[in-house]
Design a protein around this ligand. Structure first.
Ligand code: TRP
Length: 337
């Protein structure tokens, strides 16, 4: 069957498990706008079921679920052009997960670096859900016949596994799943910590000066950039070993669209102090409209709920089509109606 004209499915998800940083913004959400073009059909999920693989405070999880949806929209994604929904509103994710569990090897899951990291960080709660996290993620992706999965580079291994599971299943049962492909931004995928620029910027960093939240106030943003770690050189220049400056240049480049050499000439003869000030101001200015829109949206729960409802209806319809196919293939008796 020819399906060249059919738009390509894009799917991604964000966990409602902490404040999002400019790393999440620049490395992910901001870049999803391009998938609003006609040749794509995109779905964005708030993955609350993934979030409970580490302990969450229920009221916070609920609030953050609204927040991620509001952020999707505040970052510029049009709810009319993209489907947005909450994972737990579509039971097929859990249902397909069970099936795919039976096509995923213990050894494969044991090799996942995120599992190893998270087991270390949550040593008192290495639960089966944490181990199984990548299978739920594979289900998210495969349910929608996804072709493209825009994610940060830390998710590469999970995407690889989703592909392996899909190919394994298809090999046994014929073409059931589209084989997905990860899509990683070349620039801006990896924004590093402002305090330890060899480490990825993380929302869970203990040092609050290490990361900048999408919703941080101007003062906080300025302070964090002012304190950002640089090096003992004095020239704003992108080069090996200048991790702090490289990171600041990357952030500046993402917000302004300027190239590294343009930035180098802009700050020729100027010190790190001036440069850090400029980066701080640019980031604060760039995030201001996002923060304003976010606050408006959070004040209108009814609107957010209407998006959730509509999104879940569409997602359920599509997901159930794939799930029925899978149930039939593995030999389940169709539901007696
Ligand atoms: N694991 C992803 C992350 O932490 C979130 C996620 C869950 C996801 N399901 C997904 C991303 C499906 C892309 C597609 O970033």
């Amino acid at each position: 069957m020819e399906n060249i004209q059919q738009p390509k499915r894009v799917f991604s998800g964000v966990q409602p498990s902490g404040v999002l940083t400019i790393g999440n913004y620049l490395g992910a959400i901001k870049n999803w706008k391009k998938f609003e073009a006609d040749e794509f059909d995109s779905i964005y999920c708030v993955v609350d079921m993934h979030a409970i693989t580490v302990r969450q405070v229920p009221a916070e999880l609920r609030r953050r679920t609204y927040e991620i949806l509001a952020l999707y929209i505040a970052c510029g994604l049009d709810p009319q052009k993209n489907t947005m929904f909450v994972q737990s509103h579509v039971p097929a994710h859990a249902e397909l997960s069970w099936i795919l569990n039976c096509y995923t090897m213990f050894g494969e899951l044991s090799r996942m670096t995120q599992f190893k990291d998270k087991s270390q960080k949550n040593a008192s709660n290495v639960n089966a859900g944490l181990f199984d996290y990548p299978v739920l993620m594979a289900s998210d992706i495969l349910l929608y016949q996804t072709a493209i999965v825009p994610v940060g580079s830390d998710q590469k291994q999970h995407i690889e596994l989703a592909r392996d599971i899909a190919m394994r299943f298809n090999q046994v049962y014929g073409d059931v799943f589209t084989i997905p492909e990860g899509y990683m931004e070349k620039n801006g995928t990896k924004i590093m910590s402002l305090q330890e620029p060899t480490k990825k910027m993380s929302k869970s960093d203990e040092n609050e000066n290490a990361s900048v939240g999408i919703l941080d106030e101007r003062d906080a943003i300025m302070r964090k950039f002012k304190r950002a770690v640089t090096d003992s050189d004095t020239v704003v220049r992108f080069a090996d070993g200048k991790d702090g400056i490289n990171n600041l240049m990357t952030i500046y480049s993402c917000f302004t669209g300027k190239s590294m050499s343009e930035i180098e000439s802009e700050f020729e003869g100027k010190g790190y102090g001036d440069f850090k000030l400029a980066v701080g101001e640019t980031v604060a200015d760039g995030l201001q409209p996002v923060r304003e829109r976010f606050n408006q949206l959070m004040a209108d729960k009814a609107y957010l709920e209407s998006i959730m409802k509509e999104g879940a209806e569409k997602a359920n319809y599509f997901a159930n089509k794939t799930l029925s196919k899978v149930y039939k293939k593995v030999g389940f008796v169709p539901k007696i109606r």
